[in-house]
Design a protein around this ligand. Structure first.
Ligand code: ASP
Length: 471
């Protein structure tokens, strides 16, 4: 049964946040906040729900939420007419529910750090804000109770670009405590997707030899959107944490673009590869660890650390963030490197072109960096493949200047590892030993040629695409 549309003049806060020209337009058209409108504008027609506006926002736009889930701002000057077709007042507060405890189910701890997965829309500003409450999570994804007993703890509430040294150390220590002090079967870390692969890498170095899975999860679309991946990713992650045999730091996100299955990626070989697809995470230079759906986890490989009964884990939470990453571009000037040296940076990871190149004018600066005790490591922008500094004499020259090739370590992973290594030592050989001794596949002996397509939602999707297009 649809709710009757409340009488316009009796609606409280019907112009919430709108003032000046924007409010005058709403008054003229007799529409307001939560009106589901069809707006005719000089730029075309737009349909959606008028959202409350921030008091501090300008008075020249009306913000509507379209069916696609996106918010658009309609310029008042372009609006010809607005007609109310319905009224949909949103209730954002998900009812908090006590998570049921079932002795037969695995015990999982979920640490929240923020990101879209822990967000709901702030209708005052129209922006997605971090908000995390344990009861809300169960209230919005009740299926979690079919999978595990869940304890949740909000460690941070930030978008992931704000994760850094302090949060990495805090998170690693919280994981260590949960493993040693609680009889848990697995850990889920809710995290923004943008830098999830950075955190997955650093956790792999800071939390070594865990006896249980540590599963990072996020969502590309917030849970107020129909196409949200939040619920399914959470269910997959909780299932993995509670029942999987893979005791490693993993990332659990959509596999194919559809919701057929999730993929589990090793923390050091994973990368966000698309700014908006839900299937954004890909294992680079290798194949993923496993697929996961509501019913089962299917390993795609057997070379992983198995779950153990003991509660032993090495927490090695050190991080020296005086490290920078340089994405080389043609024409780069030496002053880029000089300024890092002058500012006291202790490590530089270069993402070089091709097999690991930068131009000749940088060579003297690289030597200055080396002489100043700065540790310089080379990775490749191509992401797939190895740094090869023996192929061209330029590579050999650079090695003589002290640049160390980092094999097939992904640039962000090399960055995280150098921060971690410099937290231990600044002695050149020791840093090199730490950097080049793999802890968990950050360097591998070879890369399978079929990694990207076959195991990552590739072939079924290609087959579907081809079939669809040949009809
Ligand atoms: N900007 C968000 C973040 O990384 C995006 C997300 O959560 O997917 O925190």
């Amino acid at each position: 049964m649809t709710e009757p549309i409340p009488v316009f003049d009796e609606r409280p806060d019907r112009y919430k946040g709108y003032r000046g020209a924007a409010r005058a337009l709403l008054e003229r058209e007799r529409v307001g906040v939560w009106s589901d409108v069809l707006a005719r504008t000089s730029r075309g027609d737009f349909a959606g729900i008028i959202l409350p506006r921030s008091e501090t926002a300008d008075d020249r736009h009306i913000v509507i939420k379209m069916v696609s889930g996106y918010n658009v701002g309609l310029a008042v000057a372009n609006v010809i007419s607005m007609v109310e077709r319905g009224y949909t007042e949103a209730h954002y507060k998900v009812p908090e529910k006590e998570f049921p405890v079932d002795g037969g189910k695995p015990n999982v701890v979920l640490f929240g750090t923020g990101g879209t997965i822990a967000s709901r829309l702030d209708y005052r500003t129209g922006a997605v804000i971090p908000a995390f409450s344990p009861g809300e999570l169960y209230g919005s994804v009740p299926e979690l109770a079919d999978v595990c007993n869940l304890r949740t703890e909000k460690l941070y509430g930030v978008f992931s670009e704000n994760m850094a040294r302090e949060q990495y150390i805090g998170l690693a220590e919280a994981i260590g405590r949960a493993i040693r002090e609680e009889g848990i079967d697995g850990i889920v870390v809710g995290h923004g997707t943008d830098t999830m692969h950075h955190t997955a890498a650093v956790l792999t170095f800071m939390v070594q030899n865990p006896p249980i899975p540590i599963v990072m999860v996020g969502s590309q679309r917030s849970s107020d959107r129909p196409s949200s991946d939040a619920a399914l990713n959470l269910i997959h992650a909780a299932k993995t944490a509670g029942t999987s045999d893979i005791a490693e730091v993993l990332v659990c996100m959509f596999g194919p673009t559809s919701d057929e299955y999730g993929l589990l990626h090793r923390g050091t070989r994973v990368r966000k590869m698309h700014s908006s697809y839900r299937s954004t995470f890909r294992t680079i230079g290798d194949i993923p660890m496993a697929t996961v759906d509501r019913d089962e986890i299917v390993p795609l490989r057997s070379d992983y650390n198995r779950r153990r009964e003991d509660r032993e884990v090495t927490i090695d939470a050190v991080f020296d963030d005086r490290v920078s990453i340089i994405y080389y571009y043609p024409g780069m000037k030496a002053d880029v490197i000089d300024s890092l040296i002058d500012c006291g940076y202790k490590g530089i990871v270069i993402a070089g072109t091709g097999l690991g190149h930068v131009n000749k004018p940088l060579y003297p600066a690289l030597k200055r960096a080396h002489d100043a005790g700065v540790h310089v490591y080379m990775t490749v922008q191509t992401l797939w493949g190895y740094v090869q500094m023996y192929v061209y004499d330029t590579g050999r020259d650079m090695m003589e200047l002290g640049v160390v090739p980092a094999a097939n370590m992904l640039p962000e992973v090399a960055y995280m590892k150098l921060c971690w290594a410099l937290g231990h030592s600044h002695e050149r050989d020791e840093v090199k030993r730490l950097m080049l001794t793999p802890i968990s596949s950050e360097i591998t002996r070879r890369e399978p040629h079929d990694g990207y397509l076959i195991y990552q939602g590739g072939l079924p999707e290609v087959a579907e695409f081809v079939a669809g297009n040949l009809k």
